[in-house]
Ligand binder design. Structure first.
Ligand code: KG4
Ligand code: ZN
Length: 370
């Protein structure tokens, strides 16, 4: 059984190209059906957040075992929601990196099995590039499209990357965090303040009620480079929380006062992260002549970051809606469409049966696609 050529792929422009996306790189088991890299037909995300919450972070073995329990039902559901069988899609795009090896293996194995059985082409997708392509799932006025190059800030639990996108599938890493990712910093700060997991939404929630009375934190900067750094800020939050007697959270007799302090520290922390992300991204865009900005990945769901980018950027800012910022498979299907459709001649027909997972894959890094 040979791989079937995707109708309309490789830029022949005829009709829709329907792609099934599969994503299992971290703690969401996800599958989605997307038409021509733009229209989400179905989008199923089974979150493992509650399973990991009691550990305060993702436990790799727990994650991969939960993926194997959920993957079949999630794929079935995504196809059923689209009113499609496996034979009704033109190909499968699956995340092959970066991420947790054991988790990635579940998605890649499921995708290989289904593609083989249904005679479909199979494409590996870079998860970070997927986050960028979530932006293509939003309605966009073609006249307002800034064109390439775009400065992409990919800001998630595991990554804080600045990549210059010169065209479809053409990413160049131009800045990154030297230590903690911004999402990781949100998660750690929340933990220090006794807030829940994942920390980003919790920090955002409590910070919304703050009055801004807290002394600002020093902005994390790596001098003379486009890189970010967040471990110093995390230490500063820890020291301040201890000094104020709120390390580990509120509670006790002085609960309202302690809660107020937690709120103010959370807001000051969020402001420092948002300011550094915004300042670095806009400086890099200016320096490298970008025509627009993309802000994506889980932390791009943050309301303060979205508002600050939109307010300060002289360039158009493209952001997926918050539900498409966090991990999902629609973005993987979109990335498969846009990179395959503009890739090497014949790429659309080529299935990567030898595909391996690449846990440390950087944005713009080569997949085992050849
Ligand atoms: O992209 P993502 O869903 O998974 C990874 O690829 O890592 O990102 C998850 C990260 C977590 O660290 C989470 O705390 C953060 O995104 N996050 C947020 C918000 N929602 C999710 N951070 C700040 N504000 C939010 N509203
Ligand atoms: Zn992600």
């Amino acid at each position: 059984m040979g791989p079937r050529r995707a109708s309309g792929a490789a830029g022949d422009g005829a009709g829709q190209v329907r792609i099934l996306g599969i994503e299992t790189s971290c703690d969401e088991t996800a599958a989605a059906v997307v038409d021509s890299g733009r229209t989400v037909v179905s989008n199923v995300v089974a979150s493992q957040v509650e399973l990991h919450a009691r550990f305060g972070g993702v436990v790799p073995e727990v994650a991969s075992r939960q993926h194997i329990l959920a993957i079949t039902a999630v794929i079935r559901r995504a196809l059923a929601d689209a009113g499609a069988g496996p034979g009704d899609v033109d190909g499968i795009g699956v995340t092959c990196g970066p991420g947790l090896a054991g988790s990635l293996l579940v998605g890649v194995s499921a995708a290989k099995g289904l593609a083989l059985a249904a005679g479909l082409p199979l494409w590996g997708v870079n998860h970070l590039e997927g986050h960028v392509y979530a932006t293509w799932l939003e309605e966009r006025d073609p006249a307002a499209d800034p064109g390439f190059p775009l400065m992409c800030l990919v800001v998630s639990g595991g990554h804080t990357d600045l990549a210059l996108m010169r065209g479809h599938g053409r990413f160049e890493l131009v800045g990154r965090t030297r230590d903690d990712a911004a999402g990781e910093a949100f998660d750690k700060a929340a933990r220090l303040l006794g807030l829940g997991y994942p920390g980003g939404p919790e920090i955002q929630r409590v910070a919304a009620g703050a009055e801004g009375t807290e002394e600002p934190f020093t902005r994390p900067r790596v001098k003379g480079s486009r890189d970010f750094s967040y471990s110093g800020l995390k230490t500063a939050v820890m020291q301040r929380a201890r000094a104020r007697g709120v390390a580990g959270g509120g509670g006790g007799e002085e609960a309202p006062e302690r809660e107020r302090t937690v709120r103010e520290i959370a807001a000051a922390f969020q402001e420092a992260v948002v300011d550094s992300l915004t300042e670095r991204t806009l400086a890099a865009a200016d320096e490298l002549g970008a025509r627009g900005i993309v802000v994506c990945g889980g932390v791009a769901a943050n309301a303060a970051l979205r508002a600050e980018m939109a307010r300060r950027s002289p360039l158009p800012v493209l952001m997926p809606r918050p539900s498409l910022c966090t991990d999902n498979a629609a973005m993987i299907a979109a990335a498969a469409f846009h990179t395959v459709a503009t890739g090497d001649a014949g790429a659309a027909a080529r299935s990567d049966w030898a595909m391996d997972v690449v846990p440390g894959l950087p944005i713009g890094g080569a997949l085992s696609r050849a």
